[in-house]
Design a protein around this ligand. Structure first.
Ligand code: 5RP
Length: 235
């Protein structure tokens, strides 16, 4: 991993301001005249706001969630179906955790399946995050897994055999239903020391739609908001 740094303004920045900073910094990776892949979450919302300031210079976006689509469209950025678009040069998204090799845990916003699809369609993944997301080993943040509802209890049992505790994510007291009509299981207590092997194994369990480990679709660049400015990590 290599790092470089852009100094921050002199005053102490809040987490929200750090998100704004990395959202704006991500504009340098947007290719003029092209369609950009757009992730989901509070950091990406800052990127979408920044993208709106250069919307006349791009063709539009492929979005990873209903929420991002609504925000993009409200700001006048055309949203394309992923099937109507060939290869994307760049995908910009946040993460719940990122390690020193660009492997990530994602899905805190329940959009992991479409995020992985758009990331797989993109030549480069640029992760935008504040420095609290940088970890040595993935597993501190509960691991989101999108599952087919009828497989939920067996998948929770399979994680228990690995030392993890899985819980169905709730919203207003009921299982949260994703944009794809499925459930999310959040798993705590895991130490994901080999992200590629872990992703490959769990992805094959019947009923798993998507596991929130992004090792096959890991980041090539991370713009990290720190007290001393935006740090660029390249992997
Ligand atoms: C959504 C995600 C987000 O990228 C992740 O949860 C980070 O979100 P935020 O920028 O709000 O911290 O994976 O499914």
């Amino acid at each position: 991993m290599t790092t470089s740094q852009t100094p921050a303004p002199a005053n102490v920045l809040s987490q929200d301001e750090l998100k704004t900073l990395v959202g704006q910094a991500a504009l340098q990776y947007v290719v003029p005249g092209e369609i950009v892949g757009v992730g989901t979450g509070s950091t990406v919302n800052k990127f979408i706001d920044a993208l709106a300031t250069i919307k006349d210079q791009i063709k539009g976006a492929v979005s990873s969630s209903v929420a991002s689509t609504e925000r993009l469209q409200a700001l006048g950025i055309p949203v394309f179906d992923s099937n109507a678009v060939d290869r994307l040069s760049v995908y910009i998204d946040g993460a719940d955790e990122i390690d020193g090799a660009g492997n990530m845990v994602k899905g805190g916003g329940a959009a992991l399946t479409r995020e992985k699809i758009v990331a797989a369609q993109s030549a480069k993944f640029v992760c935008i995050a504040d420095e609290s997301k940088l970890v040595q080993t993935l597993g501190k943040f509960p691991l989101p897994v999108e599952v087919i509802p009828m497989a939920t209890q067996r998948i929770i049992a399979q994680f228990a055999a690995k030392g993890g505790v899985g819980k169905v994510r709730l919203k207003d007291g009921k299982p949260l239903v994703t944009d794809n009509g499925q459930y999310i299981v959040d798993v705590t207590g895991l130490q994901i020391t080999d992200p590629l092997a872990f992703e490959a194994e769990v992805s094959q369990w019947p009923g798993v739609v998507t596991v929130g480990v992004f090792a096959y679709q890991r980041a090539q660049v991370c713009l990290l908001g720190t007290a001393s400015g935006v740090k660029t990590l390249t992997f």
